[in-house]
Design a protein around this ligand. Structure first.
Ligand code: 7TS
Length: 413
């Protein structure tokens, strides 16, 4: 029995890497999807086809190849805009979530955050949604504050109200889904409370957009960021969305070709949105490859993707919870979590555990997951983490469970 109504056998055939054997002919069980997902053949072919048949720079020349490349690049923008329900002119291609957040911190933050102001983030952020704000608040003599995480792995929203009541908050920036706990943030509620006080909200959607249907207009945030490589797409492509009036009032981040309208010796005027924020030759091949990833997910349907992950995560949590000596992090309520399971097994160091189960072909992540503030909150130096996607099966979870038990026996837990 497969985990859900999606046809996993067909899906798995589209991912050549899943046929790979590792460590003495063990089938690969890839459970490191929160770090990056595997790519279907459609994505690989689309990049290959671009280089084989119409490699060219975009937005410049009038020859046929340039026109084909420009059209394919811009078609991805249309598809992304539809996927998250926004206008294409507000949608900027960047290198990834990290670059999107840095862009906001640099361009918007430097113009809008002043001495004494507050930027609020949370204890379960990825470093890429902490460090840029540390740099900004230090430079501006502003303050960085944190919404805490409770023992269920959920945000303590009362603390948000305390910060908002100071009247000094300029921005609240939150992960839509924790990459360690899998907690799905109640972003709608945070945005509602912030907007009541005129405070802007950035949503780091690196872990949500790949797994749950997100309608950005409905969400009503001000900034939104995610990475293609966590949703079947290539590395080196990310998306930043922001409201038109915000982007229009923002200074550019990178300056150079393509982002200008006219350049004179001592002054320059900016190109229209979104090109004002896309200086230089972009990652054309991978943006085009991202199109195929979006088609692939649209074909399956994001509701099905979510359904499948809920089933798999429930199944894994049930089996894991009876392993002697295991500590599972995050809420058991599947409505509030995605397909990410962080855990510790006895006093086995997560790196040792990951190495042992790697011998059985199971790839998981171990370490601090670029979330050291959360590790401090959980009072651990590291965790092990299994994270699922559309091609994972219950049979693979069984292999993982057997492997965890082998590690437990090795360490006599
Ligand atoms: N925000 C969140 C919530 C993330 O999980 C990640 C990457 C990022 C931002 C940064 O994304 P990037 O594409 O710019 O690197 N998370 C992980 C992870 O959990 N393991 O490896 C990368």
């Amino acid at each position: 029995m497969q985990a859900s109504t999606i046809n996993i056998e067909n899906i798995r055939r589209d991912f050549p890497i899943l046929q790979r054997k590792v460590h003495n002919n063990k089938p690969l069980v890839y459970f490191d999807n929160a770090a990056t997902t595997q790519k279907p053949i459609q994505v690989i072919d689309s990049i290959h086809n671009y280089y084989l048949n119409y490699n060219s720079n975009i937005h410049r020349a009038v020859h046929q190849l340039a026109e084909e490349a420009t059209a394919a690049y811009e078609l991805t923008r249309d598809k992304v805009a539809k996927f998250i329900n926004v206008n294409r002119e507000e949608l900027i291609f960047v290198r990834g979530t990290t670059e999107a957040i840095n862009l906001i911190a640099y361009s918007w933050g430097r113009q809008n955050v002043q001495k004494g102001d507050i930027v609020v983030t949370t204890e379960y952020e990825h470093h890429s949604n902490i460090v840029p704000w540390q740099l900004l608040t230090k430079e501006k003599e502003a303050k960085l504050e944190y919404i805490g995480v409770d023992d269920n792995g959920e945000l303590i929203l009362d603390q948000l109200d305390d910060y908002l009541n100071t009247g000094r908050v300029k921005l609240v920036t939150v992960s839509h889904m924790s990459n360690v706990l899998g907690t799905i943030t109640n972003a709608e509620e945070i945005i509602r409370r912030c907007h009541k006080k005129g405070v802007k909200v950035l949503v780091d959607a690196a872990q949500s957009v790949p797994h749950i249907k997100v309608d950005v207009q409905k969400l009503d945030c001000d900034f939104f960021a995610f990475s293609a490589h966590k949703m079947l797409g290539p590395t080196g492509v990310g998306v930043l969305w922001a409201r038109k009036e915000i982007l229009e009032n923002m200074q550019p981040f990178n300056a150079g070709g393509d982002m200008i309208r006219e350049v004179h010796k001592y002054n320059t005027t900016w190109n229209d949105l979104p090109y004002k924020f896309e200086a230089g030759t972009p990652n054309i091949a991978d943006v085009i490859g991202f199109s195929a990833a979006l088609d692939y997910l649209e074909n399956i349907g994001m509701d099905k993707v979510r359904e499948h992950e809920i089933e798999l995560t429930k199944y894994a949590l049930e089996k894991m919870s009876v392993i002697k000596g295991i500590k599972l992090y995050g809420t058991p309520d599947m409505n509030k979590r995605g397909g990410v399971i962080s855990f510790n097994l006895g006093d086995i160091h997560p790196h040792d555990l990951a190495t042992i189960i790697d011998e059985d072909g199971v790839a998981i992540r171990s370490g601090h997951h670029c979330a050291q503030v959360l590790m401090e909150r959980l009072d651990v130096s590291a965790t092990s983490r299994a994270s699922f996607y559309i091609y994972n099966t219950k049979e693979e979870v069984d292999v993982f469970i057997r492997s965890l038990n082998r590690a437990r026996e090795l360490f006599r837990i």
